[in-house]
Design a protein around this ligand. Structure first.
Ligand SMILES: Cc1ncc(C[n+]2csc(CCOP(=O)(O)OP(=O)(O)O)c2C)c(N)n1
Ligand SMILES: [Mg+2]
Length: 330
């Protein structure tokens, strides 16, 4: 890997970490409201995988998706305004943290319902296949999604129709407060994909270089029209599930053991040791990131809420009162 790529991976992980820490702060100030699920600890996965995504590729993610959205090209300004619920947000302030979206950047959510992104990714991949378009779907989901019916239905059709999809399971060992071995009869997740004839591998999701290198091979595999591929990234969220979670189901020791494997700190150290990075360079990177996000916050603050008159705009409903009473049955 060349030094530019290594430094870009580091910078992207630092951007994600900074954005998320800033969001946590803005949440306590009540500038961001509603649900907020942070990605801190898992950055190597999105950064390593999405380094290979092209503009024309589709990305679908979960409610822990702020970083994926940023890496797919939604600007920090449009993300932050969406977090604030303002009309200049990427979803016009109607989605919030869990529903970042941009058709232009081909980032199809931000999905609050566990596993709901999977059929969506399959539909996008099927469209590409029928239209003979050169694009693949990259679908991120949690381990918890693999206990849902939508996962199984999607895997079946993706394999049957040989759809161009990279299934990226971010296995952080928990679905909210429930540990994997308390809700899965089979904890070897690659086996589950194999039962649908979808090949799969497990990758260390705390190591950005490994994520990058393996993903490169997987993108090549899918582009060669060999069909879908499943990858389990073993990772860990350093923060609670959401801002409302007291985090009582994991031991402090377990959390601190995983923090030792921080994808950013270890990578930074390696780049320092190899003399690819020095303190001055790091300071410059950090300064650029601070500017990017302080401008984003200023933009979000200055943006307005949608006027109340627009409340029903784009909302579909059937006005039964205007239609009159239902006809009486004979
Ligand atoms: C269908 C459905 N069931 C339950 C929930 C409530 N819920 C929100 S997040 C979550 C846990 C999902 O865990 P996982 O897929 O492992 O993702 P992670 O939060 O660990 O990133 C649950 C059960 C939901 N949003 N959708
Ligand atoms: Mg999980």
């Amino acid at each position: 890997m060349n030094p530019e790529t290594l430094l870009r991976l580091l910078k992207n992980m630092l951007r994600l970490r900074h954005m998320e820490e800033l969001c946590a702060e803005l949440y306590t100030q009540e500038k961001i409201r509603g649900f907020l699920h942070l990605y801190i600890g898992q950055e190597a996965v999105a950064c390593g995988v999405l380094e290979h995504a092209r503009q024309q590729d589709n990305v679908v993610a979960t409610y822990r998706e702020h970083g994926h959205a940023l890496l797919k090209g939604i600007t920090a300004k449009a993300i932050m305004a969406e977090m604030f619920g303002k009309k200049d947000g990427c979803s016009r302030g109607r989605g919030g943290s869990m529903h970042l979206y941009s058709a232009e950047q081909r980032f199809f959510g931000g999905n609050a319902i566990v596993a709901s992104g999977l059929p969506h990714a399959a539909g996008l991949a099927l469209a590409a296949k029928i239209l003979k378009e050169d694009r693949i779907s990259i679908c991120f989901f949690g381990d918890g999604a693999m206990a849902e019916g939508e996962f199984h239905e999607t895997m079946n059709l993706a394999a049957l129709w040989k759809l161009p999809i990279l299934f990226c399971c971010e296995n952080n060992l928990y679905a909210m407060g429930t540990a994997l071995n308390r809700y899965q009869s089979e904890t070897n997740l690659v086996k589950k994909a194999a039962s649908y004839n979808i090949p799969g591998i497990t990758v260390d999701g705390m190591n950005v270089q490994e994520v990058y290198n393996k993903s490169k091979e997987l993108f090549a595999f899918i582009k060669a029209e060999k069909g879908p591929f499943f990858v389990e990234f073993k990772t860990y969220r350093f923060r609670p599930h959401s801002m409302f979670d007291p985090d009582l189901y994991r031991s402090k020791q377990e959390i601190s053991e995983w923090k030792v494997r921080c994808p950013i700190e270890n990578f930074k150290k390696e780049l320092f040791d190899k003399k690819i990075l020095d303190l001055n360079m790091l300071k410059n990177i950090q300064q650029e990131i601070e500017i990017e996000f302080s401008e984003a916050v200023k933009f979000a603050e200055a943006s307005e809420y949608e006027p109340i008159q627009d409340l029903e705009k784009d909302v579909y409903y059937e006005n039964k009162l205007q239609r009159g009473p239902a006809p009486s049955t004979p």
